[in-house]
Write a protein that binds this ligand. Structure first.
Ligand SMILES: *Cc1c(COP(=O)(O)O)cnc(C)c1O
Length: 386
């Protein structure tokens, strides 16, 4: 790990493998039927991986459209020179509509007031406001209810400032293979889309599958799929493992800033929750903390990799730093291959030699999902693209 690139001003960084992102895009595209488009979810700064760089890499690998969650996320992409279609996956405050229009960011639409205001602002700017209609097929989050869909469209379609460029829903249980709830949502969505057609109106691109959906439910691919987590090399659930090969794109690394050998009984970090159990234990400091997305709940309960071998994290994780105990003969059986030195690379997430710490391992220890693990590491650490 000596030759890694790291930022100049901090011994801690997120490493993003854009080659892996591109290979994941290609693997996911292989799951798609002929002509089905791929929309890439790059919300939350591309799940912590850096939205601008990831969006460009995904487009190079064959992505068609991009999805964000907020106005600011869409603006960031446009200001970086990205010209491909961007969908915001929800509505925003009406006051921000002019920004959407100015930057050509399509909103999802599901309330009448927002739709009318969007049409008016677009027409005032001499543009046609493209939108995607969100349908709530059963998740009870956002969207027009299926029974109201045709009325809703009738109420908006007179508006010359509006164009329906897509119609979509989102599944609550796409990761289940034979789910009753999934089938119910899919049926309601198909009925709503059919009702729009029968009323003589355009739906634009019809889409509903997320990563587990496109892998496990190819019949629901329609015109486009919205991939997220799979782009970053992580599985949405155990049900997709073995069906598709994905490569994790994120690693989190730091360098040891200090090493000491405290006497037996000495405590480490706030509250001294770790005490040096025997002679010869090295305590190494790493400048990554919970303000960087390393959840404090992992304190005293996670491993890191140093010089290709695991070591246990020791004491409470602080806001900006944590400590590692390199025990010559520790309880977890880890055997350091040499004493730790200042400047050694510490891998918090990712691979070093034969060892790997996955987002899934960390998620399990935190009682959460891999999505939250990578999003959190996007908070403050500088990104290094490899
Ligand atoms: C985030 C998101 C996706 C992507 O989901 P993954 O599970 O990450 O593939 C798709 N659709 C909507 C509406 C989303 O919010």
């Amino acid at each position: 790990m000596a030759q890694v690139r790291s930022p100049e001003d901090r011994w801690a960084w997120v490493e993003v493998d854009l080659g892996a992102v591109k290979r994941n895009v290609r693997s996911l595209k292989k799951c798609l039927g002929r002509g089905v488009k791929l929309m890439c979810a790059v919300k939350a700064d591309a799940y912590g991986h850096g939205a601008v760089a990831c969006t460009k890499a995904m487009f190079q690998a064959g992505a068609d459209q991009f999805a964000v969650a907020t106005v600011a996320e869409g603006v960031e992409l446009r200001e970086a020179g990205i010209t491909w279609p961007i969908l915001m996956l929800n509505e925003c405050p009406i006051d921000s509509i002019d920004t959407l229009v100015a930057y050509d960011i399509m909103p999802s639409l599901y309330t009448f007031d927002f739709g009318l205001a969007y049409g008016e602002r677009a027409a005032a700017a001499g543009k046609v406001g493209k939108y995607h209609l969100a349908i709530d097929s059963g998740m009870n989050r956002i969207g027009v209810l299926p029974v109201d869909v045709v009325d809703f469209r009738h109420g908006l379609d007179f508006h010359r400032g509006l164009e329906c460029a897509g119609t979509f829903t989102h599944f609550a249980t796409a990761d289940e293979v034979d789910g009753w709830d999934f089938q119910l949502q899919a049926n309601r969505f198909v009925e709503a889309v059919t009702a729009i057609h029968n009323a003589g109106m355009e739906t634009g691109l019809v889409h509903c599958d997320n990563t587990p959906g496109m892998i496990l439910h190819p019949r629901a691919q329609f015109d486009m799929c919205r991939a997220g987590i799979g782009l970053y090399g992580l599985h949405p659930a155990d049900s997709t493992r073995g069906i598709i090969h994905l490569e994790p794109a994120m690693s989190v690394r730091g360098r040891v800033t200090r090493v000491v050998r405290p006497p037996v009984g000495a405590g480490v970090s706030y509250g001294m929750q770790y005490r040096v159990p025997k002679q010869g234990v090295q305590i190494a400091t790493v400048p990554i903390g919970y303000a960087d997305g390393l959840a404090r709940v992992l304190s005293n309960n996670m491993d890191v990799i140093i010089n290709g071998v695991r070591a246990r994290q020791a004491g409470r994780i602080c806001m900006d730093q944590f400590m590692v105990a390199v025990e010559p003969d520790g309880p977890r059986g880890y055997r350091p291959n040499r004493p730790v030195e200042v400047g050694d690379v510490v891998t918090v997430l990712g691979r070093d030699g034969d060892e790997e710490i996955t987002a899934d391992e960390m998620a399990k220890l935190r009682n959460t999902i891999n999505y939250e693990v990578t999003c959190n590491f996007g908070m403050r650490l500088e990104k290094v693209y490899v």
